[in-house]
Design a protein around this ligand. Structure first.
Ligand code: NAP
Ligand code: ZN
Ligand code: ZN
Length: 361
């Protein structure tokens, strides 16, 4: 087993290569860079699969106006451990491992101490398009290798298909966490809006937690799939009659939509004290009529990914219940086509890059 201490120099800083966006408009293209020299708490993961999240597209295209370039996207990472620092306790060389949306937080604030590192007061460091606290840029999983502090590395089950596990690291935890926070379960009527990467996992979790689940979609062609994935009912959201039939009846609705849409139409479907939770992040601010929330004392809420403890709990739950993402595995040179297809809602239901297809740089 390869081990080294912080003091010993690694013979090689991990040389990395992958695909990067260099500006908001150009296609992603091959890019080489260095990973940091691993420290005593670091785990080096050779990346096998990385999911393609709609957030990768929003950021590569600067839709949230917070992008820096070059940007190597990707925060749904699974692979094998190739080296560990001397203080690492949970991983050894050869283990399967996963990295999600954040790679550092202050670990000392109230939210970090409560295992909600994603809401760190100092600002959690994201896996890409972010800066470590020393100012160095972070690069994501559309690449061959990543060096991450073990606190932000998860164990994954060898029983599950690793390509199907990758999307759990963002799409999975982002839907699992609010469903758990608002205690979705038997006896409740729950809606999932949008059947994409997040939506199809939200649907699987809500169904698995025992709720009566209604899937909202704009895509008629996805209706049969929605039933197969666990929906008790499917509503075509463009059909006003179908929407009106559910007025005032939901306990909880999880909104995963990536583009602007009518929030008042979904708020109207909540019963008294019902909650509409946004996890989708359209480019523009949402607008809500006050009557939509004061009627029935409704709440409009939001939720961001999940903490490290809950992410591991979600991964363990998926192992126990055999839950993985439905994936279309692609070669990395198809990433630009994949981005365009995601924007057209044309993916079943997550693209996952097979990093074996990355040519050695
Ligand atoms: P996705 O796979 O593209 O799914 C989004 C779905 O929204 C589509 O499949 C489509 O479903 C629906 N949709 C798209 N355009 C629409 C429109 N104009 N009107 C109505 N519905 C539309 O994206 P994703 O990867 O699941 O991500 C979804 C959103 O969550 C993104 O904005 C992403 O940035 C955000 N996100 C947030 C967090 C967080 O921490 N909160 C984490 C990850 C991602 P139908 O075809 O069924 O209509
Ligand atoms: Zn994501
Ligand atoms: Zn903190």
């Amino acid at each position: 087993m390869q081990r080294y201490s912080h003091e010993e120099k690694q013979p090689n800083m991990p040389h990395a290569h992958g695909y990067a966006a260099t500006d908001p408009k150009s296609p992603l293209a091959p890019f080489s860079f260095e990973r940091r020299e691993p420290g005593e708490h670091d785990v080096v993961v050779e990346i096998e699969f990385c999911g393609v999240c709609h957030s990768d597209i929003h950021q590569a295209r600067n839709e949230w106006k917070s992008s820096s370039y070059p940007m190597v996207p990707g925060h749904e990472i699974v692979g094998k451990v190739s080296a560990v620092g001397s203080a690492v306790t949970r991983f050894k060389v050869g283990d399967a491992a996963a990295v999600g949306v954040i790679v550092e937080s202050c670990r000392a604030c109230e939210n970090c101490k409560d295992n909600e590192e994603q809401y760190c007061f100092k600002g959690a460091v994201e896996t890409y398009n972010s800066k470590m606290y020393d100012g160095s840029p972070t690069y994501g999983g559309y690449s061959n290798v990543i060096v991450t502090d073990e606190h932000f590395v998860h164990t994954i089950s060898p029983k599950l298909d690793p390509a199907g596990v990758a999307p759990l690291l963002c799409a999975g935890i982002t839907t699992y966490s609010p469903l758990r926070h608002w205690k979705v379960g038997p006896g409740q009527k729950v809606g999932v809006v949008g059947l994409g990467g997040l939506g199809h996992l939200g649907l699987k979790f809500a169904h698995s937690f025992g709720a009566h689940v209604v899937q909202f979609t704009t895509s008629l062609a996805k209706a049969e799939d929605a039933k197969r994935l666990g929906a008790d009912e499917v509503v075509l959201s463009k059909d006003e009659g179908q929407m009106a039939a559910h007025k005032g009846s939901f306990d909880f609705i999880l909104d995963t939509v990536s583009a602007p849409h009518n929030m008042d139409a979904y708020l109207a479907l909540l019963k008294r004290n019902g909650v509409l939770c946004l996890v989708g992040i359209p480019e523009e601010p949402v607008s809500v009529h006050p009557f939509s929330v004061l009627a029935n004392r409704r709440s409009l809420a939001g939720s961001g990914i999940g903490g490290m403890k809950e992410t591991q709990e979600m991964l363990d739950y998926c192992e126990e219940h055999g839950i993985v993402s439905d994936v279309e595995v692609i070669a990395i040179d198809k990433i630009n086509e994949a981005f365009d297809r995601v924007v057209k809602s044309d993916v079943k239901y997550r693209f996952v890059i097979d990093l074996k297809t990355l040519k050695q740089g």
